[in-house]
Write a protein of this length. Sequence first.
Length: 246
Amino acid sequence: MKARAVASLTLAALVVACGTPRRPAPSVEQRPDAPARPQVLPGARPSANASVAYDKFQGSCQSLQNYIQTRGVQDCDGQTHAGWFGATRCQVNAAGFSYTPLREKGALGRTCLSIEFPRGQMPFRLNSACVRIVDWVPAQAIAPTCAEHRQSWLKQAYDHEQYHVYQCEREVYNGNKRWSASAHHFRGCGFTESGARRELNQDIESALSREHQRIMNSIARESDAFHRTPGGQPVTTRCGTLCPGS
């Protein structure tokens, strides 16, 4: 956490990977009607902020299956996730505050600085959402039914990851709603003004960090819950039936 400027405070970013538990994909075909991304909540960053990149895999459909099961998609931090075609990394930041603290006289000759942030402030934002999806590039020409199947699982993977982006937006919105519901008073004391300022900044950082961690924990919890639903299952391929010989 960094907060060393007198007039502003910025909480360092924390990153979470969603949609990519480290476990083999179960043998279940994801429903074709993967969950559509709900409408963005008021105050949430739109998913246009998300970047989506496709990692090309060249080879046969069978080799693609083996690749996904043993290695899986590589997320934006370079980690692989066996069993999964897609991964989403959400980065949530706390925006800087500009403030002029009040100087008070403390006990034992100490100097104290205090500040009260009014209700209505919304400091948290989804700074970025980075999505990676594995895209199969067939080694040879494929039948129309196989091409259609490939497009179907790409859409399922895309919809799955976009739902995680929405979950990130929603939990950031909920965190801002909690923070903005009341005023926040902070105070720091020291034998010097710089010491008082340091204590004040640490007090603010601590409060922001607690809510920031609550947001990240909520994102992880909601991600796990989504993966337990039929629409949240990993995408699976049917190379033997729909893409034989490909």
